[in-house]
Design a binder for this molecule. Structure first.
Ligand code: SAH
Ligand code: SF4
Length: 343
């Protein structure tokens, strides 16, 4: 069955104002069944139901964290699974979405990397994570104003589907999101970054740098053997030149690996001439993780060194650690103590 979530509002299979009604049900009301669409004639709903699907998932399980964030585990129609996280901050609701089942990049500090690659998600599957979360939270999909593509997977290795999903996020009859509120995080695939610059959707770019030098980077990020820091930075500069958007550099601090003061200085040097913001991420441990996080006092010292050198820096304390929903902990596991409410 064809998924309606794969179609742009102008492509929906109805005529005239019915087309707009249907788009509204999907993206503004977040309907998960045709039965909900009470202002469409019954016969029309029945014929849509025969031909099209509205949900990318067989099963949606929710695991609330103590801190208010909620981890969602989705079972796709082929039985594979993926995850997303809902983070309701005071006045902005954010979702962290996945672009794949697992991830082929295999970064040593990341639980998703340890899973290996399952498959790419379709645009509909990427978007339905947000819709299903909104439905479960009893809000409109359009009430979610911030999207980070920082869940499972490397978005630039599934770029066609990610771009399609992003276009539907920005579409005024889709999720109508501002591009400034959509952040794509990448391990650093230069040709993907350049393509993103070309498409110029205005999305925010976050680069998972984690080390300023190739040698250190190769110890923790296998794709660093293929793409050197200099090549990645060249692509990032091109992105900055076209979009004029400040680029975020993510840096997960790992004890004895990338947390030396000289690395802070090298990082500051690397970012000269670029409008950058460094996000230091304390390492979130997971079962079997082969690396250790930098102690808090050294995280603060690393941040101080960057600030001293004029680099805008913040420390990101991840949410959802207790349910395995924090950065790098997504590994398709239910926290042991919780019984999932079914959607
Ligand atoms: N594949 C993309 C997006 C998903 S990962 C990327 O790598 O950017 C989102 C962020 O979490 C990345 O910056 C990643 O490096 C970081 N991360 C992964 N595992 C982590 C862990 N265990 N603790 C803290 N941050 C982690
Ligand atoms: Fe993949 Fe990102 Fe995890 Fe690396 S950090 S394995 S690129 S999800």
């Amino acid at each position: 069955m064809e998924s309606l979530l794969e179609l742009f509002p102008e492509e929906l299979p109805l005529e005239g104002f019915r087309k707009r009604q249907l788009a509204h049900w999907i993206w503004a009301r977040g309907a998960r069944s045709f039965a909900e669409m009470t202002d469409l004639p019954k016969a029309l709903r029945a014929s849509l139901e025969e031909r099209y699907s509205l949900s990318a998932f067989q099963l949606v399980e929710a695991y609330p964290s103590q801190d208010g964030s909620v981890k969602y585990l989705f079972t796709l129609w082929d039985g594979k699974k993926t995850e997303a996280v809902y983070m309701p901050y005071e006045n902005r609701k954010t979702v962290c979405l996945s672009s794949m089942v697992g991830c082929p990049a295999g970064c040593t500090f990341c639980a998703t990397g340890a899973l290996g690659f399952g498959r790419n998600l379709t645009a509909g599957e990427i978007l339905d994570q947000l819709r299903a979360i909104a439905y479960h939270q009893g809000i409109s999909p359009r009430d979610i104003r911030n999207v980070v593509l920082m869940g499972m997977g490397e978005p630039l290795l599934n770029l066609d589907n990610v771009l399609k999903a992003a276009r539907l996020m920005l579409h005024p009859e889709g999720l109508a999101l501002s591009p400034r509120r959509v952040t794509l995080s990448t391990v650093g695939i230069p040709r993907g970054i350049l393509r993103l610059a070309e498409e110029d959707l205005g999305l925010r770019l976050a680069l998972s740098l984690h080390a300023p030098d190739d040698e250190t980077r190769r110890r923790i990020i296998p794709t660093a053997h293929r793409y050197r820091v200099a090549e990645i930075m060249e692509a990032v500069r091109a992105y900055y030149q076209t979009t004029r958007r400040r680029v975020t550099f993510e840096y997960t601090l790992l004890k004895g690996i990338n947390d030396h003061p000289w690395q802070a200085r090298a990082l500051a040097g690397l970012l000269k001439g670029i409008s950058a913001h460094v996000n230091l991420i304390p390492f979130n441990p997971w079962e079997g993780s082969p690396v250790e996080g930098t102690p808090r006092k050294d995280i603060l010292a690393f941040a101080e060194e960057l600030k001293r050198l004029g680099v805008p820096t913040s420390i990101r304390f991840s949410r959802g650690r207790d349910v395995g929903a924090a950065c790098g902990q997504l590994a398709l596991k239910a926290p042991p103590s919780l019984v999932p409410p079914q959607l």
